[in-house]
Design a protein around this ligand. Structure first.
Ligand SMILES: NC(=O)c1ccc[n+]([C@@H]2O[C@H](COP(=O)([O-])OP(=O)(O)OC[C@H]3O[C@@H](n4cnc5c(N)ncnc54)[C@H](OP(=O)(O)O)[C@@H]3O)[C@@H](O)[C@H]2O)c1
Length: 295
């Protein structure tokens, strides 16, 4: 079966590797064309020069781009998927606001295209290994039609009903998962600011119920775990989206907006393209002493 992918960042590239390993023929687009060309040299896929070109070649197109604006652009903008003639199913896997997902659903429907939101939990390793937790929402028949592709890259697949239920659940999960490094960072900054060695927290936390969570992020946060899995700039975006989606329904966003501001500040101070738990280092720098070497 042939499938289109628009967006070959960390996740789109990993997903392409998974689907190629499962025998799918791929037609891909990336705004920075060289990324698509390099990947297709490796995987033997076909490069399109616009999202529309991908949709002209495939019945189903996955969108895996950074945010609301990017998704809107590749779906409904100039040269977007919606410009392709005929019926196409658009599967959005990017993390976006529920409001934007509804706009996409309505905009694509007006252009005769089917829409499914399919945000995922799990990062680059899970995507490449076809082990994503996938939350899908949209018309039941569109879900059934796309199920074969979704199952190919998922270890868990759930159907949640109408758009934007999956987008809401994805943001609710990220709100919890992304909060932990922010809280860890503040606790470490507190220790640092008062001259207490941060390693003490790690060793005591091991004896407590949240020790596993601290352990999970420690090396990633302090810059010893290597590769980037989720860019801090995108974590900031997700937390702003949580806050925006709460306020859209008149609910205060005390926690998410504070963490969004922290991640935005850390991204602005040079950590934006790094793995998001390094926001901890931004706080440690403010507490005095700088990187791990100076702790
Ligand atoms: N990384 C994770 O662990 C993870 C897990 C679950 C969900 N997500 C979500 O999945 C999405 C992709 O994440 P990622 O980690 O792959 O991000 P990434 O590595 O930063 O890649 C972003 C992709 O979006 C493209 N893009 C950005 N703005 C665009 C625009 N205006 N028009 C067209 N393309 C545009 C980029 O193209 P260029 O190459 O030209 O810049 C790139 O292909 C995000 O919504 C993220 O929140 C990420």
């Amino acid at each position: 079966m042939r499938i289109g992918i628009v967006g070959l960042g960390l996740m789109g590239t990993a997903l392409a590797r998974c689907l190629a390993s499962r025998g799918f023929e791929l037609v891909v687009y990336n705004r920075t064309l060289s990324r698509a060309e390099n990947l297709c040299r490796e995987l033997g896929c076909v490069v399109a020069t616009t999202p529309r070109g991908v949709a002209e070649a495939c019945r189903a197109v996955i969108l895996f781009v950074s945010d609301d604006e990017a998704v809107h652009q590749v779906a409904l903008g100039r040269g977007g998927v919606a410009e392709a003639p005929g019926r196409v199913t658009v599967i959005n896997m990017s993390t976006i606001t529920p409001m934007e997902s509804l706009r996409l659903y309505e905009g694509l429907q007006r252009r005769g295209k089917a829409y499914l939101e399919a945000p995922v939990y799990g990062s680059v390793d899970a995507a490449e290994g076809c082990r994503l937790l996938t939350m899908a929402a949209g018309p039941r028949e569109v879900f059934e039609d796309a199920k074969g592709v979704l199952e190919a890259f998922s270890s868990e697949l759930m159907y949640l009903g109408d758009v934007p239920r999956a987008s809401v659940l994805k943001l609710a999960l990220n709100n919890i998962g992304l909060a932990l490094p922010a809280i860890l960072g503040e606790s470490l900054a507190l220790l640092k600011a008062w001259g207490v060695e941060i390693e003490i927290l790690r060793s005591v936390a091991r004896k407590l119920w949240f020790g596993e969570a601290v352990e999970r992020y420690w090396d990633r946060a302090l810059g010893e775990a290597g590769s980037v899995r989720f860019r801090l700039a995108l974590a900031a975006k997700d937390m702003h989206y949580v806050a925006r989606a709460l306020r859209e329904r008149g609910v205060p966003a005390h926690v998410s907006s504070a963490i969004a501001d922290l991640y935005t500040a850390a991204a602005a101070s040079g950590y934006g393209d790094k793995d998001y738990p390094v926001a901890v280092q931004h706080l440690l720098r403010l507490a005095g002493g700088g990187s791990r070497a100076g702790l």
